[in-house]
Each structure stands twice: as C-alpha cells, then as structure tokens.
Design a protein around this ligand. Structure first.
Ligand code: GDP
Ligand code: MG
Length: 166
C-alpha cells in the first residue's frame, strides 16, 4: 500500500515537527521555503506494509498577491488527488480566521480530511474533548485526531488510521 498525504495548516502549528517525528530526519525543515506553486515532497515514510509520501500544498493559504488564484487552483487539483489531507491546528491557540478560509476551500475537495489537533501536551486532558466537540461542525472531517507531535502522543494511532486510507 502506498499513497500521498497532504499536510496543511497555518505556520507554527507543528507540521514540520510532525514530519520529523514520523520520518525521523530533519527533511521537513530543510525543504521549508516561501510559497511556490510546486507541491513539495516533504518526506517519505516507509513501513513494513505501507508507504506514505507526505507533501506540502502551499497554494491553499489565503493569497497575498495576484498569482493567488492560479496557485489555489493548483492546490485544489493536488488536494483532489491525494489519499488523505491532514489539516493541522494548534490546540492551545485554537482556531483562527485563516483556518476557516482553508476549511471553506477544503469543502470543494473530495479527498478525506482529517482534523489534527496538535500540541495537546499544552492543554488539560479534559479540554481535548471540548475541542473535538467544538470543531466537529467546522468542516466535513473524516475524523478528528488529537496528537502531540513533540511528545509523540497518539501519532502512531494517526498513522494507523491513515494506513487504512491508502
Ligand atoms: P510548522 O510551521 O507548522 O512546520 O511548525 P513547526 O513544526 O516548525 O513547530 C512550531 C513550533 O511549535 C516549534 O517550536 C515546535 O517545537 C512547536 N511544536 C510543534 N509541535 C508541538 C507539540 O505537539 N507540542 C508542543 N508543546 N510544541 C510543539
Ligand atoms: Mg514547517
């Protein structure tokens, strides 16, 4: 089994930290560059029974210049072709205007979207459930998965779920 997984989310939500944890190298940080239209492969995770190719999708963010429309089209096409989309937010900061913009765009995409609530090590365990309840209706999520990319909580569970979608 092999497939493509797009990771999207605002800066600093923990996308690179997640990739570094699952791939175990500093690949993600090295390939972080300003927005381009190209979808960058950020890392490849090879397991006994599956392979996941993680990609970045720059154009999905709110456009800052005139190339924006074109880039969004590229992003949309890419997102329609991946096996899963991880939309990552920060458990501590919650949900911002930029997040709603991305979610509205994701509604046009057919691939399954997983809401990843990262940095749960920074909040009280009982607040994790509150967040899940709060976010449930914000988008059409296949599943909502709380993790700590930094400490590793629930990351293997997430990979297991993704495997089922390859
Ligand atoms: P990116 O911009 O989405 O790639 O975010 P980074 O992976 O660069 O992370 C931004 C900051 O958040 C860094 O200082 C990370 O160490 C921190 N961070 C990432 N994941 C976690 C987490 O699960 N828990 C905590 N406490 N910090 C995290
Ligand atoms: Mg990054």
């Amino acid at each position: 089994k092999s497939g493509f997984i797009a990771i999207i989310g605002r800066p600093n939500v923990g996308k690179s930290t997640f990739l570094n944890r699952v791939i175990g190298q500093k690949i993600a940080i090295m390939s972080d560059k300003p927005q381009t239209t190209r979808n960058k492969i950020q890392g490849v995770l090879t397991m006994d029974d599956a392979q996941m190719i993680f990609i970045d999708t720059p154009g999905i963010h709110k456009p800052k210049h005139r190339l924006g429309d074109f880039m969004m089209k590229v992003a949309e096409n890419t997102l329609n072709e991946v096996d899963a989309i991880l939309f990552m937010i920060n458990a501590k900061e919650g949900y911002g205007k930029g997040d709603q913009y991305i979610l509205d765009r994701l509604k046009l995409v057919n691939s399954p979207v997983f809401l990843i609530i990262n940095k749960i090590d920074l909040i009280h365990p009982e607040d994790v459930l509150n967040l899940i309840t709060q976010y449930k209706d914000k988008g059409n999520f296949e599943e909502i998965i709380p993790i700590s990319a930094l400490e590793g909580n629930n990351v293997l569970h997430l990979l297991d779920i993704l495997k089922g979608h390859l």
